[in-house]
Design a protein around this ligand. Structure first.
Ligand SMILES: Nc1ncnc2c1ncn2[C@@H]1O[C@H](COP(=O)(O)OP(=O)(O)OP(=O)(O)O)[C@@H](O)[C@H]1O
Ligand SMILES: [Mg+2]
Length: 417
């Protein structure tokens, strides 16, 4: 204790003979210390009090604000604890006691024999990179919107959906009927190379099977049980409007993928007819237009015509439906697989991650569109000066929050009765 005091106070504490000047110095120092201690105590108390009042109502908002690594916060143990509590509202990775088949850029896929459990996390990707932050509620919205569209389009083509896990009973049934395995470590080879691991680790395997395990709540709303498909590694893109990378390509070459378009089309203009521009789907290189050689190599010559026909049909159906909700679907992408030898839709369907959604009431050719999708995130990344080669930057809190709001808005526009 003594060594923490300044020399003058140390002398005093040791009972040294002091001059009047030194005595008053010591008294002043003691007063100053007392003042500081009281001030710190008051600060700590008011912080604790405001946290108690603030947390229950604003936990989601605060999670967004505190998510980026603010370095001065991390030095403060109190703020460290706060960040740990708050980031719990974002699920960036799951580690459930099932065999992990794959970690995609957004979804964690577990192998349950002839079925898969697909858990949509709150990860967000852009330009083939997974960003180092999550978007609250994103996984739940993607999962439920996909389930909504799978049910709505089932008359056009079968899909992989068995059941969306939207209640605790469904989770319990699933766990009871599935053999558990030791949760895999975050570095397993199934991970997408750009997935940045931050785990929402669960200790479910050590718990009793007959009680609902802790991760139940993290599965609810963001998971679906699907039929395992023989995946066709092609991104089946359909475009009704000329936007994004297609616009850039058209400006340069007058083509989009393998299709030559008439000259004079403006940015975001409606195309004379819907076009099908499939690309490769690769973990190691950026997607590129699918060539005849790719089709041969994948052994899907006999499936291409059906994939094109179904893609165009689903797009038209969804576009017509979206119109009634004041939304334009500029473009979207589908993934197909074979289930019992039948071409079926898999993965996600007509979500703001896989589609461009525009507010129809504000649409203007050749201009900026009011997007209800991931586009503003891409725009922010492009404007940030990021080189698309190095690890992507953290999104600012307001961009994250706006993304949650847009995803929620599109979900309710599509699904409200
Ligand atoms: N029914 C299914 N059967 C087999 N695989 C599926 C099925 N549904 C989805 N998948 C695969 O699961 C993965 C889902 O992960 P996610 O969508 O996050 O990946 P991604 O962003 O498409 O990136 P990538 O697949 O290139 O890693 C995809 O690879 C998808 O092809
Ligand atoms: Mg995908």
């Amino acid at each position: 204790m003594c060594c923490l005091l300044p020399p003058v106070a140390r002398n005093a504490a040791r009972g040294a003979k002091l001059s009047n000047k030194m005595k008053s110095d010591v008294i002043n120092m003691m007063k100053w210390r007392a003042q500081k201690t009281t001030q710190s105590l008051i600060e700590l108390l008011s912080l604790g009090l405001s946290l108690l009042i603030f947390l229950p109502f604003n936990i989601k908002k605060m999670a967004i604000i505190c998510q980026p690594p603010v370095t001065n916060l991390t030095l403060n143990p109190f703020c460290c604890i706060l960040r740990v509590i708050l980031t719990m509202s974002v699920i960036l990775q799951t580690n459930l006691p099932f065999s992990l088949a794959r970690r995609g850029k957004v979804r964690d896929v577990y192998d349950l024999g002839d079925k898969l459990l697909i858990v949509s996390t709150d990860r967000i990707s852009a330009f083939d990179y997974v960003l180092p932050c999550g978007v609250p509620e994103k996984g739940r919205i993607l999962n439920q919107l996909s389930a909504f569209w799978f049910k709505k389009t089932a008359h056009i083509i079968p899909n992989h959906l068995i059941t969306a896990i939207d209640n605790l009973d469904a989770v319990q049934d699933l766990i009871a009927s599935t053999p558990t395995v030791t949760p895999s470590t975050p570095n397993e080879t199934a991970s997408h190379p750009t997935v940045i691991a931050r785990s929402e680790v669960t200790k479910q395997s050590q718990r009793k099977r007959d009680s609902l395990p802790t991760p139940g709540t993290s599965l609810v709303g963001r998971s679906m049980l699907v039929a395992k498909a023989h995946r066709i590694a092609v991104e089946c893109i359909v475009r009704g409007y000329l936007s994004g990378s297609a616009w850039a390509e058209y400006k340069q070459s007058g083509r989009v993928g393998n299709i030559r378009l008439p000259s004079g089309i403006e940015e975001n203009q409606e195309l004379p007819q819907h076009i099908f521009t499939p690309t490769t789907k690769s973990d190691v290189e950026h997607d590129r237009p699918l060539t005849r050689e790719d089709v041969t190599e994948l052994g899907i010559e006999h499936l291409m015509a059906e994939m094109e026909q179904k893609s165009l049909l689903i797009y038209r159906f969804a576009q017509d439906y979206a119109k009634t909700r004041g939304i334009m679907i500029a473009d979207t992408k589908f993934e197909f697989g074979l289930i019992n030898g039948k071409l079926s839709l898999i993965d996600e369907l007509l979500t703001p991650d896989s589609s461009r959604f525009w507010d129809a009431s504000q649409y203007k050719v050749g201009q900026f569109q009011h997007s209800l999708d991931k586009q503003p995130v891409r725009d922010w990344l492009l404007a940030s000066g990021w080189d698309k080669e190095s690890p992507p930057p953290m999104l600012p809190p307001e961009v994250i929050q706006a993304t949650t709001e847009r995803y929620n808005k599109i979900y309710s526009l599509f699904t409200k009765e």
